[in-house]
Design a protein around this ligand. Structure first.
Ligand code: NAD
Length: 341
């Protein structure tokens, strides 16, 4: 089938083309992100293949459906950028890659924790300038610290495993308890209790109506003074303006983020010659205790290879008319979990 691959980078072309040698779909690689202005580029295609910051609101989906597009193949796990009820109304199938490498994201989250704690980002810059002073670089032992994991699905569970190895105590919050996480000796508690007791809080739940701005003013007020906050899930789990205030007051001691609520306008491109217009993002960059990566937690060879293979299989199975339930976005979560776009 012919598929327009939006937001495709060199690595997407490489891994998707390699996975396509057996399936032989006709892939039209487009650098443009999918939005109202670019949806027409999918003319003549039965499917579109999209990533996290492509916009699939009702308007875009209507335009795609009008051109004969029937499949949205997400090459990611999250689907908060797709208006699922509009896709349903238009008779479009939305498939995703539910799991590709929880280790990739979990290890990146732990990397942010280690870097922030031992100030590796600052040490690297200092040593390059031949500044070998240790002033301001003191960290703490992770062993014996309490880590709160919000969302103990595939990624959260691996984070729990890794940090248990460091000797951390694990608190967890999730509407569904994961036996693998319980077997680590983790304690499921309320979100309030997790906020109050954790030295480090790491977010691994999906973005939905009820998790949007999960980290809001009351949450930050409940946090242990000086605690660390990590978000590798979706940017809008955090109210960034509130977190900036928390950093200014010292209530939040460290912030590590791989995702940002307004990242669509920034991430996945080189803006080094451009004046950044986002003042909240620019403020975040001024803090010495903030470490930002640009949505790269998934970015390992293993993850890209798994994403590409599952995406190609999704297209083939859709073409054969036998859509895999496990990869279909609708019905994965309870009906109450309204996805926000
Ligand atoms: P998963 O579905 O395996 O786990 C999500 C967990 O969140 C589930 O256990 C679910 O019960 C729980 N949950 C649902 N509602 C919740 C709530 N209100 N409060 C707390 N927990 C809740 O998903 P996963 O594979 O572990 O991925 C987690 C998230 O990571 C994805 O939703 C995605 O947004 C993000 N992600 C980010 C990257 C990246 O590169 N930064 C890559 C992949 C995934």
């Amino acid at each position: 089938m012919k598929v327009a691959v939006f937001s495709s980078k060199s690595f997407d072309r490489e891994y998707l083309a390699a996975a396509n040698t057996a399936t032989r779909h006709d892939l039209l690689f487009l650098e443009a992100a999918l939005n109202e202005q670019t949806s027409r580029l999918a003319g003549g295609c039965l499917g579109v293949c999209v990533f996290v910051n492509d916009s699939l609101n009702r308007h875009v989906l209507k335009s795609l459906a009008g051109q004969g597009v029937r499949l949205v193949a997400l090459r990611c796990a999250g689907f908060s950028n797709v208006d699922l009820s509009a896709a349903d109304d238009l008779g479009m199938t939305v498939l995703r890659v539910p799991a590709y490498s929880p280790h990739a994201v979990a290890e990146h989250a732990v990397g942010l924790i280690l870097s922030l704690n031992r100030k590796l980002h600052r040490a690297y810059a200092r040593v390059r300038e031949h500044n070998f002073s240790l002033e301001g670089l003191m960290g703490f032992d992770l062993c014996g610290r309490t880590v709160g994991i919000v969302g103990t699905g595939r990624i959260g569970a691996v984070v729990g495993q890794i940090l248990t190895g460091f000797g951390c105590r694990i608190l967890a919050f999730d509407p569904v308890e994961n036996p693998d996480v319980l077997s680590l000796g983790a304690e499921y508690v309320s979100l309030d209790e997790l906020a109050r007791r954790s030295d480090i809080i790491t977010l691994h739940c999906p973005l939905m109506q009820q998790t949007r701005h999960l980290v809001d003013e009351p949450f930050v007020e409940r946090m242990k003074p000086g605690a660390m906050l990590i978000n590798t899930s979706r940017g809008a789990l955090i109210d960034t303006k509130v977190v900036v205030e928390g950093l200014k007051s010292g209530r939040i001691g460290y912030l590590g983020i791989d995702v940002y609520e307004e990242e669509d306008a920034l991430f996945f491109r080189d803006l080094s010659d451009v004046v950044i217009q986002d003042d909240v993002f620019s403020r975040l960059q001024t803090f010495p205790n903030v470490l930002i990566t640009a949505h790269q937690a998934f970015f390992t060879r293993e993850a890209l290879s798994n994403i590409a293979e599952t995406t190609m299989q999704n297209m083939s199975v859709f073409e054969s008319g036998d859509v895999p339930g496990a990869h279909r976005v609708r019905g994965e979560f309870a009906p109450s979990s309204t996805v926000v776009g």
